[in-house]
Design a binder for this molecule. Structure first.
Ligand SMILES: Cc1cc2nc3c(=O)[nH]c(=O)nc-3n(C[C@H](O)[C@H](O)[C@H](O)COP(=O)(O)OP(=O)(O)OC[C@H]3O[C@@H](n4cnc5c(N)ncnc54)[C@H](O)[C@@H]3O)c2cc1C
Length: 405
């Protein structure tokens, strides 16, 4: 008989403890330095690659872990170490998931390993969808992909922005419009192989948080890629475009939404890692900081703050684990449970890190303590991978069926 259990099994515990050790021994001691340097921490990515933590195999194993919690557990531990370095280590998975979700078996086999490189020669990959005029509104993409039938090549032109690893990536995955009149149904994803002429990095952004993760514009100026770089292949695209032109409801948009629902819990788990780290610092501080002759935790006002922090972290984790379990078991996200988990975890990270700063008083405001960095890092979790408002929109539409704008 199957019983209900929230206990991670021995495999998940082993992964959690292994990654926790790496986060504590390698990531955390380096966090402040790379945050100040605002550079990709290549030596740490390489160290992770040598240990097998930065590898396609590792993520694939966690991704297909039948418990569903392999990826959330891994993300929480790495981001407990540090979010900027965590994103530098995991940013490649964004592009890898795009290939896994849209590519043929042959495309997955060709491109996914190249995205990670080898432990001796590590590489990163970038997923480029957002544009200056198309952030939340992904249907407004202007980057064009035009097919050159004579050469069996696609020609890409446009400017992408906010790309994690943009310009420093070995492989870029670019979303472009093939037929602008069809909005998001007229779009397709393309792999831009290493060294392709016409792709260049625009400005690199100086950011508020996650500063060890590289974020930049990517300019595509007459970029020519072979026909086989269209993810999913031309036949499938042509059939999808034909359905869209006829106004037939195709599976394309629903499939994209299902992919988002399945990937958002992983982002929520990253936010939980940050929140848990800040909570632990605050709990420790509240126990040892003495004012008015007693540890500040003995004030109900402070203890209640910590109680709320811990409760929200645990609630967020349950939402994330549920959504991940649903994804692995192919349950329909009828109430947008993936978006729910990301919304709640992102807001929780911002709430908990702000409370932690308050509990640390003046020290919380300095770079002597890590909570101000954690607070800066947390702020992105209500913005990227869909802002909190967009998550609410998705949930509201799912539960109501109404065309809420
Ligand atoms: C550090 C960082 C890394 C990123 N990495 C990547 C990446 O690797 N690849 C990639 O493609 N993109 C990436 N992004 C882009 C990110 O996904 C977008 O910034 C995000 O989707 C929001 O788009 P926007 O910034 O254009 O904001 P906008 O869409 O302009 O939104 C501005 C505000 O308006 C609100 N809003 C917009 N529409 C509505 C609505 N209908 N109802 C209510 N409120 C609304 C938003 O919630 C937000 O508060 C990254 C961004 C950052 C900052």
């Amino acid at each position: 008989m199957t019983t209900f259990s929230l206990d991670p099994g021995p495999d998940q515990i082993a992964v959690r403890d292994w990654l926790h050790g790496f986060a504590a021994d390698v990531i955390r001691p380096a966090a402040a330095e790379w945050d100040e340097r605002e550079e990709t921490p290549w030596p740490i990515i390489q160290e992770a690659a040598k240990l097998g933590i930065y590898s396609l195999d590792f993520y694939a194993q966690q991704f297909f872990d039948p418990s569903g919690v392999g990826i959330p557990i891994a993300m929480e531990e790495l981001f407990w170490g540090d979010a900027g370095i965590g994103l530098a280590i995991t940013g490649t998975t964004l592009a890898a998931v795009a290939v896994l979700a849209n590519g043929t078996d042959e495309q997955i086999g060709t491109w996914a390993p190249q995205m990670f490189g080898t432990p001796e020669d590590v590489k990163v990959a970038a997923f480029c969808s957002s544009e200056p005029d198309a952030g939340s509104d992904v249907s407004a993409l202007r980057t064009r992909a035009v097919y050159d039938q004579a050469k069996d090549e696609w020609v890409l032109n446009g400017t992408k922005t906010w790309a994690t690893n943009g310009g420093i990536a070995h492989v870029h995955v670019v979303v472009a419009t093939v037929d602008p009149e069809l909005g998001s149904r007229g779009q397709a994803s393309f792999v831009v192989p290493p060294g392709t002429a016409g792709l260049s990095q625009g400005q690199k952004f100086k950011k508020h948080g996650i500063r060890a993760s590289h974020t930049a514009e990517v300019v595509l100026d007459g970029v020519r890629v072979p026909g086989h770089c269209l993810l999913g292949g031309k036949e499938k695209l042509d059939a999808r475009l034909a359905r869209a032109r006829e106004g037939t409801k195709g599976g394309g948009r629903n499939a994209a939404m299902a992919t988002f629902e399945a990937s958002r819990p992983a982002v929520g788990a990253q936010a939980i890692g940050i929140a848990r780290a800040a909570y632990e610092v605050a709990l420790d501080y509240a126990r040892t900081r003495v004012q008015f002759g007693k540890p500040i935790i003995e004030n109900q006002g402070v203890a209640f703050q910590l109680a709320d922090m811990k409760t929200r972290i645990d609630a967020a984790r349950l939402l994330v684990w549920r959504a991940s379990w649903m994804a692995v078991n192919n349950r329909p996200f009828t109430s947008a449970e993936g978006s729910m988990s990301k919304l709640y975890a992102g807001e929780t990270a911002k709430f908990v890190t702000a409370q932690a700063m308050q509990i640390l008083g003046g020290n919380g405001f300095t770079r002597e303590y890590p909570v101000e960095r954690m607070h800066r890092d947390s702020a992105i979790y209500t913005v990227f991978e869909g802002t909190s408002e967009i998550q609410r929109l998705v949930i509201a539409r799912a539960i109501s069926g109404a065309p809420i704008r």
